[in-house]
Design a protein. Structure first.
Length: 374
């Protein structure tokens, strides 16, 4: 895929609408940030959706990082097909648990399925198993709230020490060295992490493990392992705490880093610090490799990239579904919704909501796999 070509397409469709309130209630969260504009183009996009017999209601749960994208997609899909989709956004761990317990039609996860989760899925996927469908890309922003500091650069070792409680003040020498022109206050750092199992936690800590192992001596995973710090639920909860807490820093999906929250730029060793942006995340995702087997499309990201302009703390959210053995009463709606969000129209919605579209060669494989779900 030519990155420049993809960026031009994302810009060309920047008017796609995702504005307004969600057409149905997505329980468990009231986050609806990241809208676009242009009702006429929204109606046209909704009119291009193929419903193919979709009906009824879908229950889904999982990644809170993708919730703003799901909200925008659901608005268009419901308008076109009349299917109600209730996506809770309780976190990747909760979503996979709900899926393997047969409680939801599909789940969202910021991490690929583990072998034991695939095994558990065989109980609900009659004759099949759960697979990973990469659908949403985007940067994990390090949002901060430090009075008087509008721009901040950090590197992996410094971030590891902050979240491992080895650096406790914003005017620490390590932070000063990276920000010689900033007026850093003698203010206590309030580091926030996720309280529940989270794919965002998994991806953030994979970055620390890959780039600052000596300062982050943990094995990683969805559960937060370092001691100390403060916790909050979901990307929305982290964002809320950072916004209202002086001296705070926390990790969240980019679309939540707004309204008074500034994102950190990352010193990767490239010629200049890299900002958390959709384009810069896309540069990192384009370097990913498909490592799943069969119809599973799990990706391997390069968290230690030093490529110019590539933002390294990037996640890919997967939709988790059965390759075979989906419930008959939800199969048509599940396939129709997944088909839409993987389509060109569906992927074009992402850029309007601070997400990165999945590269062309990967999303083409996703589309083929969706058509084979049964």
């Amino acid at each position: 895929m030519k990155l420049q070509r993809m960026n031009r397409r994302a810009l060309a469709f920047g008017a796609l609408a995702v504005s307004g309130a969600l057409a149905l209630t997505a329980c468990g969260s009231d986050d609806t940030s990241g809208g676009g504009s242009g009702n006429a183009s929204a109606t046209a996009a909704a009119g291009n959706i193929k419903c193919d017999g979709a009906k009824g209601q879908l229950l889904a749960d999982g990644s809170s990082a993708q919730k703003n994208a799901i909200d925008a997609w659901v608005k268009q899909f419901t308008q076109a097909c009349g299917v109600q989709i209730n996506y809770k956004g309780s976190g990747s761990g909760a979503g996979i648990t709900a899926f393997t317990n047969g409680q939801v039609a599909f789940a969202g996860s910021d991490s690929a399925l583990k072998p034991e989760e695939v095994t558990a899925s065989k109980k609900v996927c009659s004759g099949g198993q759960a697979i990973d469908l990469p659908m949403v890309g985007g940067p994990i922003a390090l949002g901060y709230n430090v009075p008087g500091v509008d721009k901040l650069t950090l590197d992996a070792p410094t971030l590891a020490k902050i979240f491992n409680n080895k650096i406790s003040k914003w005017n620490d020498a390590a932070i000063k060295k990276l920000n010689p022109d900033a007026k850093l206050p003698d203010l206590k750092i309030q580091a926030f992490h996720r309280s529940e199992d989270s794919g965002t936690t998994d991806n953030f800590t994979k970055y620390l493990i890959a780039t600052a192992k000596s300062d982050w001596p943990y094995s990683g995973g969805k559960a937060w392992q370092a001691e100390g710090g403060q916790s909050a639920s979901g990307s929305s909860g982290i964002a809320q705490q950072v916004k209202q807490t002086s001296g705070a820093i926390g990790y969240m999906e980019l679309s939540y880093a707004k309204d008074g929250i500034n994102p950190v730029s990352i010193d990767t060793g490239a010629s200049a610090p890299v900002e958390a942006s959709v384009d810069n995340a896309t540069k990192a995702i384009a370097d990913a490799k498909v490592v799943g087997t069969g119809s599973d499309l799990a990706l391997q990201l390069n968290y230690a990239t030093k490529a110019e302009g590539a933002y390294p703390i990037t996640l890919v959210t997967y939709e988790i579904a059965c390759d075979k053995g989906n419930k008959a009463d939800t199969l048509a709606a599940t396939k129709a919704f997944l088909r839409y969000i993987a389509s060109e129209d569906g992927q074009k919605v992402l850029a309007d909501n601070d997400y990165a579209p999945i590269p062309d060669d990967i999303i083409a494989k996703v589309r083929t796999t969706i058509e084979g779900l049964s």
